[in-house]
Design a binder for this molecule. Sequence first.
Ligand SMILES: Nc1ncnc2c1ncn2[C@@H]1O[C@H](COP(=O)(O)OP(=O)(O)O)[C@@H](O)[C@H]1O
Ligand SMILES: [Mg+2]
Length: 230
Amino acid sequence: MNHPVLSLHDVRREYRVGAGTVAAVRGVSLDVGAGEWVAVVGPSGCGKSTLLHLLGAVDRATAGTVRVNGADVGAMPDAEATAFRLRTVGFVFQRFYLMPTLTARENVELPMAEARVPTRERRERARELLAYVGLGARGDHRPAQLSGGEQQRVAIARALANRPALLLADEPTGELDARTGAEIVELLGRLNADGTTIVVVTHDDSLARAARRVVRMRDGVVEDDSGARP
Ligand SMILES: Nc1ncnc2c1ncn2[C@@H]1O[C@H](COP(=O)(O)OP(=O)(O)O)[C@@H](O)[C@H]1O
Ligand SMILES: [Mg+2]
């Protein structure tokens, strides 16, 4: 494998609930190379979202190591992890989570503003990204003035704003009808063909089939990781 963008070694995550603990991820080891497109599938509650949050340095493992682009994210102080995440990881969620008061263009510019990208450069890049996702004519629309599929495309453009090494998506087609979902799958395919490394958690068979490698989870562990296709 070319240099791994993600490298997990025996990763565990337990949640404290009341007096007890829930073991959501129970020892996952996984490498994802640059340029891969991986779908993580498995029944509800098997730990997919928990794993994705660990991959994106949003959450910390209880045990084991998570390396993203070679950096041990579990060892980073919070502020450093936040800065690292801003530049290295793009997130896409089932429910889009766009800022309702901002236009599409402003939503895409937001992570660049946080990363202190100069104004002109971020205007230019937001314009390019919105064109890339097919929304060149929608930059001034607010989320409520866009369809679900369009909102998800804005969210994907936002996730790509700081040129992340890794795009993570949690059920990105979960709120969309089949046809709109297919457009998102097509967009992810185009992004991957253009070199973006993608890990997507999904229940959607057509999305899982489109990915080039399928990692099947069950009860917090990887049950099968043999589905890689050239
Ligand atoms: N913040 C939390 N606190 C306690 N338990 C949690 C929390 N988040 C998830 N869990 C539990 O961890 C397990 C895995 O959840 P999750 O990763 O969301 O699964 P999936 O995304 O595969 O549906 C589930 O049993 C869930 O109830
Ligand atoms: Mg989930």
